[in-house]
Design a protein around this ligand. Sequence first.
Ligand SMILES: [Zn+2]
Length: 164
Amino acid sequence: MRKITLSNGEIAHVDCLSCAITSGQVAPNGGVVIETDYFHAHQDVAYPIKGLVILASKRHIHCFDELNDDEKLDYINLLTTIRKAQREVLDIEYVYYFYNEDTTHHFHTWMVPRYEWMHAFGRSVESLRPVLLHARNQLNHEENEKEVREGIMFLREYIKNRSI
Ligand SMILES: [Zn+2]
């Protein structure tokens, strides 16, 4: 068991945060964007960046080549659907994708929108950690959290209306 501090200050005890979130045991701060049989897309619990989405598998796997055929198809469809929603409703021009297999959680892909303020932390992959830390430490206030929640709501509504 590991202790995980959520951005609302609560402490969750879980074996795997990805399992906890995709199974509904822990509610992601900011909310769920879309859920399918194989994946769960949500706002990350610790990094308040508007339009940031974590796409996590429901199965407790770690490596890309562990995805089965149904999951592969679902994954690329979800990635592109979420990406389109980010562009259409939040006007997000560029997104950084990050996925590491040696995670302490399980298979999940970060979709991090690129905003003007992030340029101060550099370009490309080296800027990712400072950007996330800045968000966690400096943007963790009520006004921004409200924006983040709104962003997730907009994404969720857009995707829901498209998939009917
Ligand atoms: Zn897991």
